[in-house]
Ligand binder design. Structure first.
Ligand SMILES: [Mg+2]
Length: 127
C-alpha cells in the first residue's frame, strides 16, 4: 500500500531532530512562531488527537482493528498531525524528547512490574 506513512522502504528510526528542524523552518518561513506558544501547541495537539478519536468513534473493538484503506490513511494523517505538534512543543520548550520518553518507560517499568501487571489493565495504584 502506498500513501502517507506507507512507504515501501519502511524506516526503522525517526530522526526527531531533523523533523524538528524542518518544522522550525516551516514555522519561521511563515512568521508562525508568534502563534507557537506551548499553550497553543498543546491545544492544537489535543484537537488533532480529537480528529484521530473521531475516526474510531462508534466503531466496535473489532472494526477498529480492521480499518479500511481509506480510514487507515486518515489515521496516518492524524497521527502525523499530533506528532508534529508533539515534536514542536518539545522543541519550543527545549525538552529532549527521546530522553524524556526513555525515562518515562523506565518509570513505567517500575510502576508496572511484570509480576503484578501481567495480563492486567489495572492502574498501578490498584495492582
Ligand atoms: Mg488533522
Amino acid at each position: 500500500m502506498q500513501g502517507l506513512g506507507h512507504s515501501q522502504s519502511a524506516r526503522t528510526t525517526m530522526d526527531v531532530e531533523n523533523i524538528q528542524r524542518r518544522l522550525r523552518e516551516f514555522s519561521a518561513a511563515r512568521e508562525w512562531n508568534q502563534f507557537h506558544s506551548p499553550k497553543n501547541l498543546s491545544m492544537a495537539m489535543t484537537a488533532e488527537v480529537g480528529e484521530l478519536v473521531e475516526i474510531f468513534q462508534w466503531l466496535t473493538e473489532d472494526q477498529s482493528r480492521h480499518l479500511s484503506t481509506a480510514d487507515l490513511e486518515r489515521v496516518s494523517e492524524e497521527l502525523a498531525d499530533a506528532q508534529i505538534y508533539l515534536l514542536r512543543i518539545a522543541d519550543v520548550l527545549n525538552i529532549a524528547l527521546e530522553d524524556a520518553v526513555l525515562e518515562k518507560i523506565s518509570l513505567n517499568d517500575e510502576k508496572y512490574p511484570i509480576s503484578r501487571a501481567f495480563g492486567s489493565s489495572r492502574k498501578y495504584t490498584d495492582l
